[in-house]
Design a protein around this ligand. Sequence first.
Ligand SMILES: [Zn+2]
Length: 220
Amino acid sequence: MKIINHSTSHVLQLTTPIFPINCYIVKEENYCTLIDCSKSGTAKSIIQAVEETQLPLKYIILTHAHSDHTGDIQKISAHFPDAEVCIGKKEYIDSQNNVHNIRMPIEPNTLLFEGESIGSLLVRETPGHTNGSISLIDQRTHTAYVGDLLQSQGGLAISGDIRWLFPFPAMATVDKQLAIESVKQLCEKETLQYIFCGHGPVTIYSKESFARLITRAQKK
Ligand SMILES: [Zn+2]
């Protein structure tokens, strides 16, 4: 995996080659948080990257429970037994009922709700890609981790708006209209600067480009 150090956002971005899948290690003062777990076969690289921060891993947070985000969570969790596994409450309920291929390979320790904080990260419920997807906003740097609500691989797009160079997140989206609504809400409620998504490079937020993105998605 390739590791990109975005020191301005307190984050390490871990990306798989060829088919790009991101997960993130967010550094706090005394610990770190892993956001998403990439795909299976990546546990060793993720564990090594966490250990190299020399910070204890306190939380493993999943933006949603597709297999390219849950990855080897059992192995990672077994290696860091003190880390709390967290997921949005709605996503967990869907995993219990086998809705839309949502599957949790491990029992979470904590279910997350709209508006709560985990260290510097504020939880926002941003449904659309899946019913229970969440985004996490780092209040220190106005950095949003949005999972697959947005993609930047193959061109920036809201989940459900197909980019033919990388159509996969759009194809796995359950409610396109709801995804647009979630992006609108995020732009209205939050001050945003950097957007980190599940697939593709970091995006710098601008009001104009996101207005265009919403219009583009609505037209489809
Ligand atoms: Zn997904």
